[in-house]
Design a protein around this ligand. Structure first.
Ligand SMILES: O=c1ccn([C@H]2C[C@H](O)[C@@H](COP(=O)(O)OP(=O)(O)OP(=O)(O)O)O2)c(=O)[nH]1
Length: 147
């Protein structure tokens, strides 16, 4: 298991995010709200967490939906995975959308998303006129069928 140190400021009264188990990839993020938010079907909203992070250069944080909220309440993230850049110093906010056909309420302290910290490579783009041939070629988007 690899680990890195990440600086975080918590301006909420919620506990800091923690991993549910030793092998969990995602830390649950909680809503930091003065009042509950009720979202109508297809309504989207920006939910504050009260968290501010300083990731080391070469790392990002991905904000992902929680499967339980998705299957039970139709609540998910509109921009999944949200990207937290290493140079971002603002508050981490969650873009939630209600994809159910009933109003859904988020309370202060609810675990609304999960955050995965990951290293990334910065690609240096080399502009060319041709790409090498492959068996797949330009086939995609299901061209091999289903079964
Ligand atoms: O779900 C998200 C996604 C992004 N951010 C913050 C951190 C990220 O570093 C910054 C910018 O995000 P992104 O690059 O996705 O936004 P953009 O629409 O491209 O805006 P910008 O022009 O500010 O980069 O917003 C969040 O707090 N939550």
């Amino acid at each position: 298991m690899h680990s890195i140190q990440v600086k975080i400021i918590n301006r909420s009264e919620n506990p800091l995010p923690t991993y549910a188990t030793a092998d969990a990839a995602g830390m649950d993020l909680r809503a930091n709200l003065e009042a509950p938010i009720t979202m109508q079907p297809l309504e989207r909203t920006l939910v504050p967490t009260g968290l501010y992070m300083e990731l080391p250069s070469g790392y990002e944080a991905q904000i992902r939906p929680r499967s339980g909220l998705a299957i039970k309440q139709g609540l998910t993230l509109l921009n999944t995975p949200g990207t937290i850049d290493a140079d971002y110093r603002g508050e981490i906010k969650i873009i939630m959308i209600n994809l159910s056909n009933e109003p859904q309420t988020i309370q202060h302290g609810d675990r609304i998303a999960q955050m995965v910290v990951a290293p990334f490579l910065q690609a240096k783009l080399e502009e060319v006129k041709e790409l090498t041939d492959t068996e797949r070629g330009t086939g995609g988007f299901g061209h091999t069928g289903k079964s």
